[in-house]
Design a protein around this ligand. Structure first.
Ligand code: NAD
Length: 310
């Protein structure tokens, strides 16, 4: 049966940078939502602002939902939210009925997603993975790329709900959406890293940073970061894209785990992961991912200060 906004009750867990606009777009599309976040103030404030329900436990959210959408930091948290982390702990399966579905839109570990699907099946609960690309901007504009993995018929049933958030691509079996998502972020992270290094070289050679970015964007070196991040978040020192550096490192690590599992050496990918881990150590735990460029500049300045100040 196709999910319909009149009758299907939707739960949403994770009212963060991405979850907030995604849940808001579901409500704007006419769906009945109940939200939950471990930070109760966030969920309650969202419910007041958007006129939807707010649950005070995962079990309560499960009881009130036919479909639960998750937008959480990582697959470990997703697993704990779905199944609990210890006997008797609060979790969705304590409330969900058999025949309901969880849609994990977080960027989770692909292999863990397959295991979670098996475990949820014993409760009669189905799982789809549907991670997204497009950042907060894409989430607000309902223009995310949504990479759906899992049973095709179930994905089709939930398509009207997913359509409120962006464009859907059915990738393949459970976990394949998560695999494609982290590979996308590997390519994105490598593009940002290459542009950050090129920017520093150009500046030291006496080229204005804005000019470099303009030329890249009109030439074959352009990528999503040169087009949508360098002027917007780096050159103006704003560093507030809304996607944490920590989350990019997580995605790169997951992409390399998939590469290792598939016995692909991915030499560039492993070097890229190492660089991003260095950037995390340099910038600290709360950095925005665009601060990778700050790491490139500042670590080079401390390695060769004379050149940096020339
Ligand atoms: P975020 O940290 O802003 O939001 C995560 C939310 O989950 C927070 O509100 C947090 O309180 C909540 N949460 C954490 N643990 C919880 C738990 N146990 N129970 C209930 N709620 C819990 O993160 P985000 O930027 O919204 O990213 C969410 C996911 O989307 C991540 O997997 C990320 O990799 C992915 N993603 C982010 C972006 C982006 O641009 N920010 C883009 C694409 C994908």
């Amino acid at each position: 049966m196709t999910a319909s906004m009149g009758t299907t009750k939707v739960g949403f867990v994770g009212i963060g940078n991405m979850g907030r606009p995604m849940a808001a777009n579901q409500i704007a599309g006419g769906w009945q939502l109940t939200v939950y976040d471990v930070d109760r103030e966030k969920a309650d404030a969202f419910a007041v602002e958007h006129g939807c329900g707010s649950a005070h436990s995962l079990a309560e959210l499960g009881e009130r939902s036919d479909v639960v959408v998750l937008m959480l930091p990582d697959g470990r948290i997703v697993r704990n939210v779905a199944l609990g982390d210890s006997a008797g702990s609060d979790c969705l399966v304590r409330g969900l009925q058999a025949g309901t579905t969880i849609v994990d839109m977080s960027s989770s570990a692909p292999v863990g997603t397959r295991a979670l699907g098996e475990d949820l099946r014993t409760f009669g609960v189905a799982l789809l993975d549907a991670p997204v690309s497009g950042g907060m901007k894409g989430a607000i504009a309902a223009k995310l790329s949504i990479m759906v993995g899992g049973d095709r018929a179930l994905a089709d049933q939930l398509d009207p709900l997913l359509a409120t958030m962006g464009k859907r691509f059915h990738i393949g079996p459970l976990g394949s959406g998560h695999a494609v998502k982290v590979l996308n972020n590997y390519v994105s992270a490598a593009g940002l890293a290459a542009a950050a290094e090129a920017l520093l070289v150009a500046q030291r050679f006496g080229v204005d940073g804005e000019v470099l970015i303009d030329v890249l964007n009109a030439s074959t070196g352009r990528n999503n970061s040169t087009e949508n991040k360098f002027k917007q978040y780096v050159l103006n020192n704003a560093y507030d894209s809304g996607f944490a550096l920590e989350l990019m490192v997580k995605d790169l690590k997951l992409a390399m785990d998939v590469a290792d599992a598939c016995e692909v050496p991915a030499t560039l990918g492993h070097a890229c992961l190492q660089l991003w881990e260095d950037a995390r150590a340099w910038n600290g735990p709360n950095a925005d991912h665009t601060e990778f460029a700050r790491f490139v500049t500042e670590s080079a300045a401390s390695a060769s200060p004379a050149k940096a100040s020339r």
